[in-house]
Design a protein around this ligand. Structure first.
Ligand SMILES: [Zn+2]
Length: 317
């Protein structure tokens, strides 16, 4: 039975497009935390040692043929009009950490080295190698990021996944949860989250110093709970809420990654997501979470899904 399912998933993944299956967000009940902005790098180092991608030293300022592209990126990062998730946005700064990882560059977003790396990525993906981050380039990235989510693949192939059996669920410790609601998740996913959170705190003092970073504010949500939420007219629009939530699998977590002053930890307002995209914990997650089997729904910096071993072959690395 398992090989039949896997074959169906692989075939369908190859031929299907990607839809938006956003998880449901809930409003935390505890006091809202706020986090200081961690400004994105604006300086132009001559070279950097990449945190990811090629082991060679990356040159950041000596690709003069990309000077115009770099200048364009420097403006567009805050001004590009596009609608990557079915609603208008201005600028791609929210997504800059994911983009940097995607193209394997540690250079500043407005550097010629970044534009050079982006041009190489564009060429490899059949796009004009302009070195400019435009809406068409972002859309190819967005599809790639979606296809890394096993929940998306399952939903497009076998339909809305069933809930796990009760015996597969485990209860998170109170100290792992934001708020007081009992929180469940699939036991193997919870174990992976614990490993990741421990390593994040050990590797980054800023994360260790933040007592709320990576606390869970939503885990497993039953199909019945999902259905009840969708009875609210207009509430399940597949963007900020979905008729079939990834949380029903027991593999999805909403994690504290910060919030803008005045923003909720699960607010999809752009100003809030922009602040979240710049926190140390989110940046650490974008660079490292995949090594623990976690994939981000990029529209929601707080929403992470664990890829169970039985599904990893079906997604695209
Ligand atoms: Zn979620």
């Amino acid at each position: 039975m398992r090989w039949i399912l896997l074959a169906a998933v692989l075939v369908a993944a190859a031929i299907l497009g990607v839809g938006l299956f956003a998880p449901t967000a809930r409003t935390p009940t505890a006091a809202e935390p706020t986090f200081a902005f961690d400004a994105l790098p604006q300086s132009l180092p001559a070279s950097v040692t990449p945190r990811f991608g090629s082991p060679r030293t990356e040159r950041c300022i000596d690709a003069p043929r990309f000077a115009a592209a770099a200048a364009r990126n420097a403006v567009d990062i805050d001004t590009l009009p596009f609608a990557p998730f079915k609603r208008p946005e201005t600028g791609w700064r929210i997504y800059a950490p994911h983009i940097a990882v995607e193209i394997g560059s540690s250079c500043a977003w407005d550097s010629t080295g970044f534009a050079n790396a982006l041009a190489g990525w564009q060429r490899a993906h059949g796009l004009p190698p302009s070195g400019v981050l435009d809406a068409a380039t972002f859309d190819v990235m967005r599809v790639r990021w979606h296809l890394k989510r096993p929940f998306v693949i399952l939903n497009r192939t076998i339909g809305c996944p069933p809930a796990p059996p009760p015996e597969a669920l485990a209860l998170a410790d109170p100290g792992e949860v934001y708020g007081s609601a009992p929180t469940q998740a699939r036991a193997d996913a919870l174990a992976a989250l614990r490993r990741m959170a421990a390593d994040a705190r050990a590797q980054d003092p800023a994360i260790a110093a933040d007592r709320q970073a990576l606390l869970i504010f939503s885990g497993y949500r039953s199909p019945e709970e999902n259905d009840l939420r969708c009875l609210i007219p207009g509430s399940c629009d597949n963007v900020s809420r979905a008729p079939c939530s990834a949380h029903r699998t027991g593999l999805a977590f909403d994690l504290i990654v910060g919030a803008a002053p005045g923003g909720r930890v699960d607010s999809t307002e752009n100003f809030n997501r922009l602040a979240q995209s710049q926190t140390p914990v989110y940046r650490w997650m974008v660079r490292n979470a995949h090594r623990y089997g976690f994939v981000n729904y990029v529209f929601e910096p707080w929403h992470w899904e664990w890829s169970p071993p039985e599904q990893r072959g079906a997604t695209r690395a």
